[in-house]
Each structure stands twice: as C-alpha cells, then as structure tokens.
Write a protein that binds this ligand. Structure first.
Ligand code: C2E
Ligand code: MG
Ligand code: MG
Ligand code: MG
Length: 282
C-alpha cells in the first residue's frame, strides 16, 4: 500500500534517470552559455496563401547547434522550462524575430513573422509587455507579428488569456492556435477566444486520404464561420497542397512549399545584443 510505496520506491533513481538528469544539467549549462553568447539561431519557414499563391509570412523556428550536434527545439524548450530559462529563451526569440521582420519590411516585403510562445511564458504576468517591448524596439506595427500558442497555454487560465489576447489584438498583433485538433476541447472555446488563425496539425494532413480529410474540412468550415483563417501544417507532397486548397484552407506550410531556412544575418548597426540569461526573470 501507501506505506510500501513510500518506503521502497520514492526517491529511487535508476541509472537511466540519473543519466537523463545529468544530460539535462549539461544541456542547461550549454543553453545558458549559448543565450549569453548569442549562439542560438532562428530559421524561417514560409506560409503561403494557397488561394493566391503568394508567401505572406514566415514561422520562426529555433535552431541550436552546440558542439555535440543539433538539439531538437522541443527538447530545448523542455530543458528551458524545467531549468528556469524559458523566459530568457522566449524573449530572445521574440526580439530576434522582430529584428528579422523589421529587415524584411525595410527591404520592401510586408511579410509577418510568427513566433512560438511557450505556455509558461504566456502564463507569466510580463508576457504582454515583452511583446510590446519587442515591437517598440524595432518600431514595428502589431500586424508584423503573429503569436503561436497552444490550446494548453490558453486554457490554463481562460479569463486572463482572453484579457491578454484582447490587449494584443488592440495593437494589431494576431494569434494563431498551433497544433490545432490535437488537444481536448477545441470547439467550444474557439468561439470565445479572440484568435485569428488556426494551424491544423500535420497529423491530419498526413491522413488526408483517410479520416484526415473530414477533419480538415470540418475545422475549415467551423473556423471560417467564426471568421478565423486556417493554416495547414506539414504539407510534404503536391497532392496534399491540392487537397487542402480544394477544401478552402487559406494558408499552407510544409517542406513542399519551402523548408525552414536561415534569415538575413542581422545588420551590423542593428545587431541585437545577446540577452544575459538572468535579465529576463529566469
Ligand atoms: P511547431 O510550432 O508545430 O512547428 C512546426 C514544426 O514542423 C517544425 O519543427 C518544422 O520544422 C516542422 N515542419 C515544417 N514543415 C514540415 C513538413 O512538411 N513535414 C514535417 N513532418 N514537419 C515539418 P521544429 O522546427 O523541429 O520545431 C518543433 C516544435 O518545437 C515546434 O512545433 C514548436 O512547438 C517548438 N518550437 C520551435 N521553435 C520554437 C521557439 O522558438 N520557441 C518555442 N517556445 N517553441 C519552439
Ligand atoms: Mg508553431
Ligand atoms: Mg504547429
Ligand atoms: Mg507541432
């Protein structure tokens, strides 16, 4: 019973757990250093307007290549969340993406950039002011920025999420629900949240020849009925582009339309100073 669990199994670490913890500690130190030295990168993947066949924006995706080899973004985010670095990381991403979209605009493109926001950062009281600061730093209109949030991030405190999203919307900042359809209760709250885009998870695109077709169709009809635009993620093959376009999906993203690629190197004058990890409340 409870006694036995307490006596025998609590606090017991097998070798695998210990190794994983040591690896995370190593990653944490390396990530801290990378943030301070400005060694992280963002790549940018195009979002294509499928009805007009033009690129309208890019998703910023984290890339980190320490000497041991690249670390997948979800793992970077997990370690950062568990080790108190997520605020510093997310703020770095926001500022870096803002600098990039500023350069595109100076070059005459009116593309937006989308930035993935971790649930912990969104829930933090300073989130909205971090967004404001990133816009101000690069003199950007809110329309230049789209924030990608997951259902989990929005649902943990619904009322305060709505208030934050309304402030962002007042500045013109749009919000996309990422990985849509993979969470729990997508439909009812969609009506009550001021979101502008839903990104249909790539799992549905992958199964477009089976049940995925019905899901993409239903999500598209529902979203359009609520004045929300639809993005299909994970488009790898031309037939998938055809299929989602035929269903009225607004935007597409995937390897077949363009893989994530480096942006411009930051201009010397506008170069972003690295953010010390301790500055951002980590
Ligand atoms: P996500 O936001 O859903 O990003 C889309 C992922 O799909 C990216 O993986 C992208 O490289 C990948 N992808 C793009 N086209 C295709 C395709 O045609 N087929 C397939 N199979 N995959 C495709 P990536 O870059 O490895 O990022 C994984 C996840 O890590 C992201 O999923 C996001 O949740 C998180 N992430 C990435 N960058 C950041 C960041 O800067 N901040 C935060 N907080 N999270 C990030
Ligand atoms: Mg995303
Ligand atoms: Mg996604
Ligand atoms: Mg995803």
């Amino acid at each position: 019973g409870a006694k036995q669990a307490g006596g025998h199994h609590w606090g017991f670490y097998d070798e695998g757990t210990l190794q994983a913890a040591q690896r995370d500690t190593h990653l944490e130190a390396a990530l801290r250093g990378a943030l301070e030295r400005g060694e992280l990168e963002l790549h940018y993947q195009p979002l294509r307007d499928l009805q007009h066949n033009v690129t309208v924006g890019f998703e910023a995706l984290l890339r980190w290549q320490p000497p041991g080899g690249p670390v997948p973004p979800p793992e970077v985010v997990r370690v950062a969340e568990e080790r108190g670095l997520i605020m510093a990381l997310d703020v770095w991403v926001l500022r870096r993406a803002a600098a990039q979209v500023r350069r595109w605009r100076q070059d005459g493109h009116d593309w937006f950039v989308t930035v993935n926001v971790s649930a912990l950062h969104f829930a933090h009281g300073d989130f909205v002011s971090h967004v404001r600061a990133a816009l101000d730093e690069h003199d950007l209109p809110g329309e230049a920025l789209v924030l990608e949030l997951t259902e989990g991030a929005l649902l943990s405190d619904f009322d305060s999420s709505v208030a934050d999203l309304q402030r962002l919307a007042a500045w013109g900042v749009r919000v996309a629900l990422d990985d849509f359809g993979t969470g729990y209760s997508s439909l009812n709250y969609l009506r009550r949240l001021p979101v502008h885009l839903v990104k249909i998870d790539k799992a549905f695109v992958l199964s477009m020849r089976e049940e995925g077709h019905a899901f993409v169709q239903a999500i598209t009809v529902l979203a359009h009925g609520l004045n929300i635009a639809v993005v299909a993620e994970g488009l790898e093959e031309p037939w998938q582009v055809e299929a989602v376009s035929a269903l009225g999906v607004d935007l597409g993203q995937g390897f077949v339309l363009g893989p994530p690629a480096p942006g411009h190197a930051p201009a010397r004058s506008g170069e972003q100073r690295p953010v010390p990890a301790q500055v951002s409340g980590a």
